[in-house]
Write a protein that binds this ligand. Structure first.
Ligand SMILES: [Ca+2]
Ligand SMILES: [Ca+2]
Length: 530
C-alpha cells in the first residue's frame, strides 16, 4: 500500500512538473517552428520490478498522441525490445516484461516512437533480475518447536524471526485421513495451530522470499521436513473440585453477603455464587487473580469459566498459568470470554500437568474496574500417585550399601523416606553412566508423569535421565529424556508426552558431574482405571 501511495504521489508531482514542462515545450516548439526536430512524448517515472530471470518495467505517458511504439534498450544498446502500444489519453501507465535476463543489474533506456517516426528523449531506469545466486542464499524461517500433541485436537508450531523479504512459510502435511493439507504461516504470525494431523507423519515446510519489495516473482528456500508428534486420543472428564483450595487471591468482596464475593465461591461448584473483587470502599483496578491448588496433579485438556449469572460486565480478557510447585508458572495464554455466553470452555494446546492454577482477569466488559466469576472448572485426568507397596525391583546396574543399608540400595529410592537413597557403586570401583534400575509395579498403569527427589542436600548427582517402559520387563520403550536439577531438594515432576500404559518402569540416569548417581525417591503418577 505504501508503495502504491508513493507511486501516486510521484505521478502527482510528475504531472505538476509536466505542466510546467509543457509550457517549456510550447516555447521549444516555437523555436522549432520550421521543424528541425520534433520529439515524441518521453516515458516518465519509469520503475523496475525484479523477478526470476526477468523484470517488469512500468512507466507513464502523458498526452501521448500518436505514440504507437515503445523501445527498451539495455546492455549498452546491444539488446533491445520494441513493443506496440496505444496509450490512453491524457495519462496512461504502461508495463513491459523483459525476460530471458541473466542474474545481474541493468540500466534500461526507454523511449517512444510516434506514427510520424519521431522519437522521444530516453528515460533511464536501473533494475535487477534474479536467479540461482539469490536463490542459494535463502534459508527457511527458523522452525522453533512443535508443542502439544497429546491432545485430541491440537498442536502449536512455533517459528523464529524471519529474514528480510520473507513472504510466508508453506506447510504441507497429511491429515488423519491421509489427505495432504497445505497451510501458510504469514511473516507476522509466530505460531500456527494444527488440529488434524497424521500421527508421527512428516511435515514439510518451505519459506518464500521476494528479492525486492515489489518483485514480480517469489523464490523458495529448499523444503525441510520435521516429524509431527504422535496423535493420542485423550479424553479428560470434569475434575472433582471437592479437594480444591484457593491458596492465593488479589482481593475479595463479601459486601453482598458471603459466601458471595469470596474467592472460594469461584470453585464451590455452585454457579449461583461468585467471587467478586472489591467495590465497597477500596476499588482496585485490574488485574485480579486467584490461585487454585487442585490438591492433586491433573493432566489437563480443557478449562471452563462460568460468568456471574445474569451479568454482562463480566471478564473479557484473562490469562491462565499453571504450575507443579507453586513457584514456576507457565502461561497457557491470554484468552477472551464471549460476553453472551453463560459459560465458555477452552481447550489447551498441550496437555500440561498441573497442580496449581492461577487465573488472572485482565479486563472486564463495560470497562468495569472489578471482576467477578461464578465458577472455574477443569477437565482432565487426575494423576494418582501410584501406590508403591507392592513394587519389586527387578533389575539395576549397581547399588552401593557401603554407607550402611538400606542406604545405597535401589529400594531406598522407593521407601517413602527422603533421608535414604539409592547410590551406584563407589566402593572398590566407580562405573560411569548410564545407571539404571527397573521396577515391576505389579499392575498396568497409564503413566502420566514421574517425580524424582535428589539425595537431599547433595548436588553431585545426575543432571539428566531417561524413562523407559515395558509390559513384559524385557522389551522397553524410550519415553523421553528429562533434565534434572541437582541443585534443589524439592521433588521434580516430569510429564510423559505419550502417556504409555505399562507395568515395568526403568529409570536411567545418563549424565552428571561425577561417575556416580543417587536418588532419594522415585514416584510414578498415572491412572490405573481402564
Ligand atoms: Ca460458585
Ligand atoms: Ca528414600
Amino acid at each position: 500500500m505504501k508503495n502504491v501511495a508513493h507511486i501516486l504521489l510521484a505521478i502527482f508531482c510528475g504531472i505538476v512538473i509536466l505542466s510546467s514542462c509543457e509550457k517549456m515545450n510550447d516555447i521549444h516548439s516555437d523555436f522549432l517552428k520550421d521543424g528541425d526536430i520534433i520529439y515524441a512524448p518521453k516515458p516518465l517515472l519509469a520503475h523496475s520490478f525484479g523477478g526470476k530471470n526477468r523484470l517488469k518495467l512500468k512507466y507513464y505517458l502523458m498526452n501521448a498522441v500518436n505514440v504507437n511504439k515503445c523501445v527498451v534498450e539495455w546492455n549498452e544498446g546491444n539488446s533491445s525490445r520494441s513493443t506496440d502500444i496505444a496509450p490512453k489519453l491524457p495519462l496512461d501507465s504502461l508495463e513491459i516484461i523483459i525476460d530471458g535476463l541473466e542474474e545481474k543489474s541493468y540500466i534500461f533506456s526507454i523511449y517512444t516512437i510516434d506514427t510520424n517516426g519521431n522519437r522521444s528523449v530516453k528515460e533511464q531506469v536501473t533494475g535487477s533480475a534474479y536467479d540461482q545466486k539469490f536463490q542459494s542464499g535463502l534459508t527457511n524461517r527458523p522452525f522453533v518447536t512443535i508443542e502439544g500433541g497429546g491432545t485430541t485436537d491440537s498442536i502449536v508450531v512455533r517459528w523464529g524471526t524471519p529474514a528480510g523479504g520473507h513472504t510466508g512459510v508453506e506447510l504441507t502435511y497429511n491429515n488423519r485421513s491421509g489427505e495432504p493439507v497445505s497451510r501458510v504461516v504469514l511473516p507476522e504470525e509466530d505460531a500456527i495451530v494444527i488440529r488434524d494431523w497424521e500421527s508421527e507423519g512428516q511435515m514439510s515446510y518451505q519459506s518464500y522470499y521476494v528479492p525486492e519489495p515489489m518483485a514480480i516473482d517469489t523464490f523458495a528456500a529448499n523444503a525441510e521436513q520435521v516429524m509431527m508428534p504422535m496423535y493420542i486420543e485423550f479424553t479428560g472428564t470434569p475434575v472433582d473440585k471437592t479437594n480444591w483450595t484457593i491458596i492465593d487471591f488479589s482481593a475479595e468482596e463479601p459486601a453482598e453477603g458471603a459466601p458471595n464475593g469470596l474467592a472460594t465461591a469461584a470453585i464451590d461448584g455452585n454457579p449461583a455464587t461468585f467471587w467478586h473483587s472489591p467495590w465497597n470502599g477500596q476499588q482496585p483496578q485490574h488485574p485480579h487473580h486467584i490461585t487454585i491448588d487442585f490438591g492433586a496433579v491433573v493432566k489437563m485438556n480443557a478449562f471452563e469459566l462460568t460468568k456471574r449469572q445474569g451479568k454482562n460486565d463480566c471478564q473479557k480478557r484473562f490469562t491462565v498459568e499453571v504450575s507443579l510447585d507453586n513457584v514456576n508458572f507457565t502461561s497457557l495464554g491470554t484468552f477472551t470470554y464471549e460476553q453472551a455466553n453463560a459459560s465458555q470452555r477452552y481447550q489447551t494446546n498441550s496437555l500440561p500437568l498441573v497442580r496449581y492454577l492461577r487465573y488472572t482477569a485482565l479486563e472486564a466488559y463495560e470497562d468495569k474496574f472489578y471482576t467477578h466469576l461464578a465458577e472455574f472448572s477443569v477437565e482432565g485426568v487426575v494423576a494418582e500417585k501410584i501406590d508403591r507397596s507392592a513394587w519389586e525391583v527387578t533389575g539395576f546396574s549397581t547399588e552401593e550399601p557401603a554407607e550402611g543399608a538400606p542406604n545405597g540400595l535401589v529400594t531406598a529410592a522407593l521407601d517413602g523416606n527422603l533421608g535414604t537413597f539409592w547410590h551406584t557403586q563407589w566402593n572398590g570401583g566407580s562405573p560411569g553412566y548410564p545407571h539404571y534400575f527397573v521396577v515391576d509395579m505389579k499392575q498396568q498403569v497409564k503413566i502420566l508423569a514421574v517425580e524424582c527427589f535428589r539425595r537431599q542436600g547433595d548436588n553431585r548427582g545426575q543432571s539428566k535421565y531417561k524413562i523407559h517402559t515395558s509390559n513384559d520387563g524385557v522389551n522397553f520403550t524410550d519415553q523421553g529424556t528429562f533434565d534434572f536439577n541437582n541443585q534443589i531438594d524439592a521433588g521434580q515432576v516430569a510429564s510423559l508426552s505419550f502417556m504409555p500404559e505399562a507395568r515395568y518402569v526403568k529409570y536411567e540416569a545418563i549424565e552428571g558431574p561425577n561417575n556416580y548417581a543417587f536418588l532419594a525417591e522415585f514416584y510414578v503418577y498415572g491412572t490405573t482405571e481402564p
